[in-house]
Write a new protein. Sequence first.
Length: 701
Amino acid sequence: MALVGAAWVVLVAAFYYRQLWRVIAGGLGPWPVLDGPRDFSLPYLGEAIRSAAGSLLGAVVLTGAAIAAGLSIARFARWQFEGAAERIAVAASVGIGSLACLGFVLAVVGAYRPWVLRAVIAVVLVVSVASWLRVRVPGPETSTTVWPDVARAGRIWVGVAALALLFSLYGALAPVVDYDALWFHLHFPKVFLEHGRFVDLRHEYVSLYPMLWELWFGYGLALGGANTAALLQCATLPLTALVVFELTRRYAPPASPWLAAALFVTVPTIIWEGTTAYVDLAFTFHVSVAVFALLRHRETRRVQWLVVAALDLGFALATKHVGLIVLAIACVGTLIIRWHDDRRLLPALRTATTLGVMSLLVVLPWYVRAWLATGNPVFPELYGLFGGPPDRWDEVARAGLERFFAQFGRPRTPVNQLTLPWDMTMHEERYGGALGPLFLALVPLAALRLRRGTRNIGDGAPRVSALTALTIFVIAYMALWASPIASFQMRWVLAVTPVLAVLAAVGYEQLATVLRARVALTVLVVALLILNLPPYTPAHEHERRDWAGGSGWLTHVVHRMPLVVIGAESRDAYLQRMVPTYAAWRAANRMLPPNAMVLTWSGGDHYFGTASRIWVFSPAVRDAAAAPTGQERRAFDALRRLGITHILIDKRFLQANRYGPGITWESYALTNARTAAERYETMYEDERALLYRIRWDSAMP
């Protein structure tokens, strides 16, 4: 068995890095690592330092305020903790969620303004400091443990984890340029802050998504800007590592909790998530705290842990709709395991029901908001069941989104499903992200431990072990992720990476024990962890044949380290280089009148533009935008009804969105050269973008 396990690890590593051998042979050209002009005189160092200092200060203040708020709630509720790790992780999750929920209330009453959010944070910090300065009365703490010592064998894991955290931190200090971050994760809180309330942008189908973390990003925008917001998600990386550490220490000894934390933070897509203002890592944080709290509730039977689990499941639901999958697994799992422990159905059913109801109460305001606007509480999901307003969503839009989802993974045939763990590791380009090889190599070896990992609870009868429960959670989640109800996007798998890290650490410990070659295995695992770091991202691109184009085929990973962070390039120049329409939107913001409405052939640039814009794929304008040359009158009649006054075009939009080879700008009524000459006034143009004003005069149709 030992030799089989060792052979499996070597096989996975060798096959995964098959591309590396071509790189070593020099077959792919120069290795891409740095991004930007190599001007190491650092002409913009001062700008870089000011930006980094302001962003870091804002993120530290906000994260500290969230932890302080969570600790205050815990003291008020007389929650008991064992050690600093679980105390800080739980306090952070509850504090972030509570402050974001307060942001929801402020947005409802029209007080979601930058100065109000700053005042909220100031009050939280002042009250927290005042409470800590008071003479403390001994509370219900059950342990004075602060941090466990790092054993000599664990220092190397800590070192690798620290490197991964530094790469995420470095990337988070670069200007935010990622598509979804600019499209809605930052754009919507910016619009809310400008208006002081929720604004329903009808032509953006994401407008009615639950946006708990977008409201938390709004605090970041109010205190420091987009980079501060990105750093708020980066902060959840070490916080989730704390949860991984505690899960391993409590429920998977003698596996190293330091190794488990390193396995988690070095996942390539996790590192990338820490660099930007997406919400998948934040979602993972809340899910991991909920899983930990459910295990602690099973262990202690304290109500506090059921409350924490329900709150964090609710926060996860209010972050992404995929949280409904986690909630279903948590409720069913709680019901079955509680019944298995006590052999009493009604108490088990009561616990599971309480968990589900409390979690849904947290997200209920978001569902009500979507239902009132569209008749669909999870709009645009379940469109076939609930329907929706035709100017917001229709079958064409639904089919387009389905086509986007279908580009990930492989067809769901029985053979493909059985080989999914191998394929999603060895062909990560198909899944839009990278986990690296270590989960596939080590997690199966944890099976050697499961039969011996049972813990006794209560009356001493044998129970399902915590480790087995974690394994069941992963299997259930992956089964639902692989089903037709979900999309084969790697970002959706991140929710189970904390548990996968625990199981991988268990697999490592089992193999090291039976193989009696711990040093050799440690060297191999350290090498594989280091290869997960951003400088070695090209080695993960298994289908790549050359480095032309520079960005790589693998998405949602860190390809290069932007030199703008150290001042080799100005932030403005970096944004112009990375966001094609950035300069055009800067010009538009100077020149557009307040009542302007812009039709855009561009995307992923919303944060820099105006809220009054309509994308060409919106159902309300789709027919007009797609009208062929010769149907100008019909197209302009539709634009007039919508109040559109300007047009912005990314010149490479057709190519980027994979229009057919015979399709050009001359193919459409609104974009052909004759229309532009006769009906538009050019307000701005560069090599990538065009901004037109429509001449609506009496001669126009």
